[in-house]
Design a binder for this molecule. Structure first.
Ligand code: ATP
Length: 202
């Protein structure tokens, strides 16, 4: 049975960096599918964010061309703060015998120790890490060192080989607010959605 990949994020908006690492995740781990999980109320992000319905619709538009990718609204329809730990319990119950993998950018890996019940979480799910610009595993906080060393050795954490894709949602929001936009950062159908709904404008 091929493993299933889960990819949580704010996706405000989803961009080609997300699609790029999701494809590497599917290819390198040999996944059946990658399920994108737009966050409802991320407790560790304070900036005002775009309505969940818009972020969900943009991810749906972005993955439409990728038969291996799917989207779940399970973190959006849940009430209150959504924790990855709770999301993983839902998928664990739904797929009791299928190996599960979680995809993380390296910036999220550096904060993993702040996540709810992270030590239990990492025993329940494997983790694939996509490196981001400027990050290196040497920067991992000390509290994660012994777990990460062991997990890299036993294969429950894998670092993806994908090339760095230097784009972030923050950069895209800032470009849109300044009325400019670089090519190749987001899929055209997401750009059309943004323009149609007047998102990310002052
Ligand atoms: P923001 O700029 O608003 O913080 P973001 O671009 O980091 O957003 P998120 O939706 O927060 O996007 O990201 C979801 C996950 O994807 C996170 O684990 C993040 O580290 C990872 N990620 C996002 N962009 C990239 C990228 N270009 N390369 C590797 N990982 C990425």
């Amino acid at each position: 049975m091929k493993p299933i990949g889960l990819f949580g994020g704010t996706f405000d908006p989803v961009h080609n960096g997300h699609l790029n690492i999701a494809q590497a995740f599917a290819d390198e781990i040999g996944l059946e599918t990658v399920i994108f999980l737009p966050a409802g109320e991320p407790y560790h992000k304070t900036a005002a964010q775009t309505a969940a319905a818009h972020r969900l619709a943009m991810v749906e538009a972005a993955v439409a061309d990728y038969p291996q990718f799917a989207v779940s609204d399970c973190d959006i329809v849940r009430q209150g703060a959504t924790y990855t730990f709770d999301t993983v319990q839902i998928f664990r119950q739904q797929f009791p015998n299928t190996p599960l993998w979680w995809l993380l950018g390296s910036d999220s890996l550096m904060k993993l120790h702040t996540w709810k019940r992270w030590e239990t979480l990492v025993r329940q799910i494997n983790i694939a890490v996509a490196m981001r610009e400027g990050d290196s595993l040497n920067k991992t906080p000390a509290v994660l060192h012994s777990w990460l060393g062991g997990a890299l050795q036993n294969g429950s954490v894998r670092i993806l080989n994908t090339l760095l894709y230097p784009v972030s949602s923050t950069q895209i929001r800032s470009e849109l607010q300044q009325g400019r936009f670089s090519d190749g950062l987001i899929p055209p159908q997401v750009e059309r959605y943004i323009r149609r709904h007047g998102l990310y404008q002052n």
